[in-house]
Design a protein around this ligand. Structure first.
Ligand code: GP9
Ligand code: MN
Length: 619
C-alpha cells in the first residue's frame, strides 16, 4: 500500500534529518550519563520517534500547506533544542517553564550567553537549510496526498512508535513520570519535547494545588516538624550572640573543595583557611539549592523550607505566607537589609524581599558602578564591600544584613590585574578560571574583615559566611577529576562536591571544626538559637546545629542524602569512608530514604498549597 516514493516524502526526510540532529545533540553535546545499553537504545530511538510523530501530522494537511507546517515545526523544535543547549552549557540542566518566565533574568544573563555559544553551533541548523532548499525548488515531488485510510495508518504508526518509546523508558526507569526528580533521567528517556510537556502539566498541577488546599494538610506537617526536625535541648550556645548584629555573607558559587586546597602549590583561599582557626566551621555542610541558585539559597536560609524541585520559589511563590527569619528578627527589634549590586528585579528579589520582611535593599542604585570597577556580572566584590561600608556603619542596630557577592560567578572572568593566582590547566576554561575568582573572593573577604575591624563594626557583630551553591557543574567533570587526581567523578563524588563552606564567626569565640553533616535549612534555627530567640517555635525543616544533631540526614533537593556514615545517590548507598557501594543496613537506610522523600514532599506541599496562610505564625 505504500510506494517507494512515499519514503522519500518531505515529512519522512525532515523527520530523519531533525531526528538525526536531535540525536547528535543528545549524545554528543548534552553530556548526559549513559549508564547502559538500554539507555543507549532509547536515546537513539526517541529523537526519530518524536520527530516523526510531529512531522507526520502533516499528511493531514493540504499539499500546499505541508511544507509550511514542516518548516514551522522544525524551526520551533530547533529553537527549543538550542535554548536548552545554551542553558545546559551553563547549568548542566534543562529549561523549565518557570525558568522561561523569569524573562527579566534573560537580559542580565547577556554576557554569559555569548560565552555559551560556539561557532560550530551553526551546523545545528543544517537540517533547516536542507529542508528549505527541498521545499523551495521541488515542492510538488516531496509533499504527499494520502487517502484517509493511509493517513490513519501513518498516525497509528507514529503513535505505536511513541508508545514503544514510553514502554522502553518505563522498563528502564520504573515510575519515571511519578518520580520525576531528576530532569536528566526524564530527558534521557522521553526526550526534551516530552519533558517540556511533562513540565507544563506539573506546573499547572501545582497552581491547582494552591486553589485546592484548605489547611487540613497542615497539622500532619506541623507534627512532623515538631517531632522530627525540632531539637529541644538547651545548649550553652543559646543566646551567645544576643543583640549582636548579624552580617551574613553569601559567597557566590564557592564550593568547599577549594578550602584548604592548593593550586600550583599555593593555597587557593588563604584567608578563609586561616579563618577556620577562630570560627565555627562546618566542613560537611551542603547546599540544597536547585534551579533558583542564589535565590534558592536565600529562600532556604530565610524560610527554613527546601527549594522547589523546579523553578525558583522566589518567582513562582513570591506571594506566599512564610515564617521568615528576617520577620522573626524584626519582631525582636532588629533592622533587616540586603546588599547586592545587581538590579532589584533580578530573581524577583524586590518583590520577594518585601514579602520576606527585608526592610531595605541596597541594590545596584546604591553603588557607583563604572567600567573600571566592574567585571563579568557587575561590580567587583572588593569595590562592593568597600562601597557598602558607608551604609553598613549607618544601619540601625542591632541589624541583620545579607551581603551577596558576585565576582566568583560563571564564567569566572577577572581582569588581569586582579588575578593573583595562575589559572589551572585543563580542558575546562571554566574550572581553570574558577580558582582565580575564588582567590579574588577570598581577598575581598579579607579586606572586608579589615574594614569591619577598622570601623568598630566587628566587635558588635557575628559574621556568617556561606557558599550559596555549586559553581562547577557536572559538565566539567573531566577537568574536575584531573584537579582532584581521580579517575572519574562518580555519583558519590558528585554529592560530596555539593559541599559549600559555612563559617559562623563570633568575635571572642575560639570556634571549632564541626564535622556533622548539615545543610542550608539548618541555618534559620541555628541563628535564632545563637541570638537567644527560642528556635523551637520556629517552623522549618532545619535543626539547630549546636544541638544534639539527632536528625539522621541532610537531604539534597534531588532526593540524594548524606548521613554521618553513607551517601545515597542515584539509587546506591556509598560508604562515606571508602566511597564504595555498601549493602549494609539496607533496611534502615531505606527508611531514611523514605523519610527524605516525605520531608521534601511536605516542604513542597507547604509551598505549593501556600499552607502557612492557614497558620497563625505568631501564635
Ligand atoms: C544575581 C546573583 C547571581 O543577582 O545573585 O545569581 P545566580 O546566577 O548565582 O543565581
Ligand atoms: Mn549564586
Amino acid at each position: 500500500m505504500f510506494k517507494k516514493k512515499d519514503f522519500l516524502s518531505l515529512y519522512v526526510i525532515a523527520s530523519l534529518l531533525f531526528g538525526l540532529k536531535t540525536y547528535v545533540m543528545y549524545r554528543f553535546m548534552f553530556t548526559m550519563d549513559i549508564e547502559n545499553i538500554m539507555q543507549e537504545i532509547i536515546i537513539f530511538i526517541n529523537p526519530f520517534v518524536m520527530a516523526f510523530f510531529i512531522l507526520a501530522l502533516s499528511v493531514w494537511l493540504k499539499e500546499k500547506t505541508q511544507p509550511k507546517y514542516i518548516r514551522t515545526m522544525m524551526v520551533l523544535g530547533s529553537i527549543i533544542l538550542y535554548l536548552n543547549l545554551v542553558f545546559y552549557r551553563n547549568f548542566g540542566d534543562f529549561l523549565t517553564i518557570p525558568i522561561l518566565f523569569q524573562g527579566s533574568n534573560a537580559a542580565d544573563l547577556g554576557s554569559s550567553v555569548v560565552s555559551l555559544v560556539e561557532w560550530f553551533d551553526i551546523f545545528l541548523f543544517l537540517d533547516l537549510a536542507i529542508v528549505w532548499y527541498l521545499t523551495s525548488k521541488k515542492r510538488d515531488i516531496h509533499t504527499v496526498s494520502f487517502r484517509p485510510k493511509k493517513r490513519y495508518l501513518v498516525l497509528s504508526l507514529s503513535i505505536i512508535l511513541l508508545l514503544g518509546n514510553y514502554i522502553l523508558a518505563e522498563i528502564e526507569r520504573p515510575q519515571l513520570l511519578q518520580r520525576g526528580f531528576d530532569r536528566e533521567y526524564l530527558v534521557k528517556n522521553i526526550g526534551v519535547f516530552n519533558f517540556h510537556l511533562y513540565d507544563v502539566v506539573q506546573q499547572s498541577k501545582s497552581k491547582a494545588q494552591r486553589v485546592l488546599a484548605d489547611g487540613n494538610e497542615l497539622s500532619e506537617i506541623l507534627d512532623y516538624i515538631e517531632t522530627e526536625t525540632t531539637d529541644h535541648t538547651d545548649t550553652d550556645m543559646f543566646g551567645v550572640a544576643e543583640d549582636k548584629n548579624v552580617i551574613f555573607v553569601s559567597l557566590e558559587s564557592l564550593q568547599s573543595f577549594v578550602i584548604n586546597n592548593t593550586l600550583h602549590g599555593e593555597e587557593v583561599t588563604p584567608f578563609l583557611n586561616d579563618l577556620i582557626e577562630d570560627s565555627y566551621y562546618f566542613e560537611n555542610f551542603y547546599h540544597q539549592t536547585e534551579q533558583g541558585k542564589t535565590a534558592d539559597s536565600e529562600f532556604i536560609v530565610e524560610s527554613g523550607l527546601y527549594s522547589l524541585p523546579s523553578g525558583a520559589a522566589y518567582f513562582t511563590h513570591s506571594e506566599n505566607e512564610y515564617q521568615s527569619l528576617p520577620e522573626m528578627l524584626t519582631q525582636n527589634d532588629y533592622s533587616t537589609s540586603v546588599f547586592h549590586a545587581n538590579s532589584a528585579s533580578f530573581w524577583n528579589r524586590n518583590v520577594m524581599y518585601e514579602n520576606m520582611g527585608i526592610e531595605h535593599f541596597y541594590d545596584i542604585n546604591a553603588y557607583h558602578v563604572t567600567d573600571e570597577n566592574s567585571v563579568g556580572w557587575g561590580l567587583k566584590d572588593k569595590d562592593f564591600f568597600d562601597q557598602s561600608m558607608k551604609y553598613l556603619t549607618n544601619l540601625e542596630e542591632p541589624y541583620y544584613t545579607r551581603m551577596i557577592t558576585l565576582t566568583n560567578h560563571y564564567p569566572f572572568t577577572l581582569d588581569e590585574e586582579d588575578a593573583t593566582l595562575a589559572p589551572f590547566d585543563s580542558n575546562s576554561k571554566t574550572l581553570n578560571h574558577y580558582f582565580q575568582t575564588a582567590r579574588y573572593l577570598d581577598e575581598s573577604i579579607e579586606d572586608f574583615f579589615t574594614s569591619l575591624k577598622a570601623s568598630g563594626e566587628y566587635e558588635d557583630s557575628i559574621i556568617v559566611l556561606m557558599g550559596d551553591h555549586y559553581g562547577i557543574s557536572d559538565f566539567h567533570n573531566r577537568a574536575m577529576a584531573t584537579y582532584l587526581e581521580k579517575d572519574e567523578i562518580t555519583a558519590f563524588d558528585h554529592v560530596q562536591l555539593q559541599r559549600v563552606p559555612l563559617y559562623i564567626h563570633i568575635p571572642g569565640h575560639e570556634g571549632e571544626v564541626i564535622s556533622d553533616v548539615a545543610g542550608q535549612v539548618d541555618i534559620k534555627p541555628t541563628l535564632l538559637h545563637l541570638l537567644g530567640i527560642d528556635e523551637t517555635e520556629e517552623l522549618s525543616f532545619g535543626t539547630n546545629l549546636f544541638g544534639t544533631r539527632e536528625k539522621a540526614f541532610t537531604a539534597l533537593r534531588d532526593g540524594s542524602f548524606i548521613t554521618n556514615d553513607v551517601i545515597y545517590a542515584k539509587g546506591n548507598y556509598y560508604d562515606l569512608e571508602t566511597g564504595e557501594i555498601t549493602e549494609e543496613n539496607l533496611e534502615e537506610l531505606a527508611s531514611i530514604r523514605e523519610q527524605v522523600q516525605k520531608e521534601l514532599g511536605f516542604s513542597d506541599q507547604l509551598i505549593y498549597g501556600d499552607l502557612l496562610r492557614f497558620h497563625d505564625i505568631n501564635e
